[in-house]
Ligand binder design. Sequence first.
Ligand code: CP
Ligand code: NVA
Length: 323
Amino acid sequence: MVSQTFSRCPALYGRDFVALEDFTSDEIRALLNFAIFLKQEKKAAHSHPLLSGKSVAMYFEKPSNRTRVSFEVGIYDLGAHPIYLRKEEINLGVRETIADTARTLSRYVDGIMIRTFAQSDVEELAQWASVPVINGLTDMHHPCQVMADLMTFQEVFGTFEGKKLTYIGDGNNMAHSLLMGCALVGMDVTITTPSGFEPLPEVVQKATEIGQKTGASILITNNIDAAVRGSHAVYTDVWASMGQESEAEARRAQFKGFQINSHVMSLAVPKAIVLHCLPAHRGEEITADVMETHANTIFEQAENRLHAQKAIMVALMRDPSKA
Ligand code: CP
Ligand code: NVA
């Protein structure tokens, strides 16, 4: 039973999961399908301890509800043991070098999930760790979130072909990972931001290159109404991310109008879904009424973190030669 389940898992053993662009379209699609399978199995109360006997460290330098709880529950679901590490304990790059933290943890655990500020710290950790490193959010990327987002879209629409996702708000970690994720699965993606808050040009460039191969079109615009027209999914995120608390007040004025509200939703296709990575700030990036109207999809999306991350962990951490 365990090996039958594992036969559905893409072969990514020993790889890191630090940015979506490290993976092919086929690998991302296979991970999404495996995640959907694991979700069905969990609903049917079929347990799959595919990582039995293993341990996974989870290190957080920023707060978390979804990432912490979904990883911890997912690790237990797979028969493994989670170890939660706070910044005060590890103090990455300060108490000892990142290389020493990586090499030490690799002697104890079978995988490391990290949430921090600099993408380069995650890359350095991954470079020195001999076990897979999973990015649980940096200022640059949030790849696990986008796997859950794509999974949610796939469950609703069944396909990415000919579909369009529009992201409204800050050109931040979510915008970057959505650009990569949508480009990889061949879905058109538009990012609409206030002037001066566009996603990084190198990320847009990379997504455009990927999109040229998969058929996805990439558009960055300051015109929110034009952006949303014809969208199948309308996505937003907080205006001020973790670490930008001192900018929150100024950003409230700068981002005014970059909100999902009923006018914006009237421009999307009639059956369009609303996605939000959460936490949500009602009255800022989304109105309370749109949030509640679309709450079922948004909390399904939150649930899908659990299933998507289980698929990722099995793919990276289970040795196929022992399957
Ligand atoms: N979406 C997300 O990553 O939520 P948390 O910050 O609560 O983990
Ligand atoms: N852009 C947000 C995402 C939270 C999941 C942040 O980094 O705080």
